[in-house]
Design a protein around this ligand. Structure first.
Ligand SMILES: NC(=O)c1ccc[n+]([C@@H]2O[C@H](COP(=O)([O-])OP(=O)(O)OC[C@H]3O[C@@H](n4cnc5c(N)ncnc54)[C@H](O)[C@@H]3O)[C@@H](O)[C@H]2O)c1
Length: 387
């Protein structure tokens, strides 16, 4: 079986190491900080303990999984790896330096992969002698639990490398989707309106956080409302992703961040992890109650859903991913109750186009422009999954 190298033993690197070892690979987990390695080792052991206590794996399987992971403080140990996944901090220069060093160590056929959530894979390949073996493999946090992995070929990547990398990760029990090397790939792009449009309605005073969360959870069927989800993810992280996507899309107003969330970040009201976010999680704090007005709730849900579907349709229009991969990414990556394109068929393309057009007429902002694909489909009476 192939030996897999992981560079960076932080939250993501240690999780990916566990996934690869669980699939039977020998893993070399490398970090330049000894403290990070010992933290990763303790974290994986704790995770093994939970799994054995819950009867998910036997003691001997947990032991052999853990013994397949070698903790290394230098990347020279990557010599025999057929794929190395880089999971160091989100900094293009640091990643480029790391890839250059790794290329001097591994065999010429080894895949060099990055777990970046926002940087250009093609830019990482540019520094390599053999850029055709660079590949994006975007795991979600926590890697052992989240099933989706976005596979992102760079401009330079060969089809053989994409196929080999995808096959490897498919065998780890993950669901893989192929995404174009563009900001946010699939999930972090298509999901933006879930947060952005909710924030916009809050800022306009259309409804409060509890009512918007209630509408999206109880009426639209999402697992968490936008504000509880932002508090769960962490407003610092969620805001940073929005900002990166906004900047990398040359300031497209569709992805514009919100001052309200920025002020929360400024105040270190990051959400659950700091005890305060949109909601107050401190002991004894009162949770605001929603106004359970079905007409208002329906308006909220329809507006956010129309914006999400527009984003998904536009991703298809710009060939970011296939129809099936876009729907799979949102149902498996962020647990949406339905694929957005299948949902569009159910609601009716014309209904979505009319909703977007009514928002556009109301605001006269580019943010609400309807995707050319939806408009064409309406004209030709097409659906995503049918005709
Ligand atoms: N945390 C998330 O939710 C998440 C989700 C998906 C993708 N990502 C991406 O995964 C990557 C890692 O994120 P993370 O949250 O695990 O970061 P982290 O800060 O938890 O871990 C990074 C680790 O890399 C080590 N490191 C840094 N430079 C190194 C080098 N040159 N050689 C060896 N080790 C080095 C650090 O010591 C640290 O232990 C980033 O690119 C991030 O954007 C993160």
């Amino acid at each position: 079986m192939d030996t897999i190298g992981i560079l960076g033993a932080g939250a993501m690197g240690s999780g990916i190491a566990q996934v690869a070892a669980a699939a039977g690979h020998k893993v070399v987990l490398c970090d330049n900080l000894t403290i990070a390695l010992s933290k990763a080792s303790k974290g994986i052991q704790a995770s093994m303990k939970t799994l054995t206590e819950r009867g998910k794996i036997s003691d001997s399987d947990a032991y052999s999984l853990f013994s397949r992971i070698q903790f290394a403080d230098h990347m020279s140990q990557f010599r025999d790896c057929t794929m190395v996944i880089e999971a160091i901090q989100e900094d293009i220069e640091q990643k480029q330096i790391a890839f250059k060093s790794m290329e001097a160590i591994v065999a010429e056929s080894a895949i060099l992969a990055s777990n970046t959530s926002s940087l250009s894979i093609s830019a990482m390949g540019a520094q390599l002698r053999h850029p055709e073996r660079i590949l994006g493999v975007h795991f979600f946090n926590p890697a052992p639990l989240m099933r989706l992995v976005e596979i992102i070929p760079a401009l330079q990547t060969t089809a053989e490398v994409v196929e080999r990398g995808k096959k490897l990760i498919d065998n780890w029990g993950k669901v893989t989707v192929i995404a174009k090397d563009t900001p946010g790939f699939i999930v972090n792009r298509v999901a933006r309106p879930y947060y952005g449009e909710a924030l916009r309605m809050l800022d306009e005073g259309i409804a409060d956080i509890a009512t918007i969360d209630w509408a999206m959870r109880d009426l639209a069927g999402f697992r968490m409302g936008p504000f509880e989800l932002m508090d769960f993810i962490g407003n610092d992280i969620n805001y940073a992703v929005t900002e990166v996507v906004f900047e990398n899309f040359y300031f497209d107003p569709r992805y514009k961040p919100s001052f309200t969330q920025k002020r929360l970040v400024d105040s270190h009201y990051f959400g659950r992890k700091t005890g305060r976010g949109f909601y107050d999680y401190r002991p004894g704090a009162e949770m605001p109650q929603p106004v359970k007005d079905k007409a208002l709730g329906g308006e909220i849900a329809n507006r956010i859903l129309a914006m999400l579907i527009n984003e998904a349709a536009d991703a298809l229009h710009w060939r970011i991913a296939s129809r099936d991969d876009i729907d799979l990414a949102m149902t498996r990556g962020v647990n949406y109750p339905k694929g957005l394109l299948a949902w569009a068929d159910e609601i009716g393309i014309s209904v979505i186009v009319e909703k977007l057009d009514s928002l556009y007429v109301e605001y006269l902002e580019d943010r609400y422009r309807c995707s050319p694909l939806l408009r064409k489909m309406q004209r030709q009476d097409l659906t995503f999954y049918g005709k």
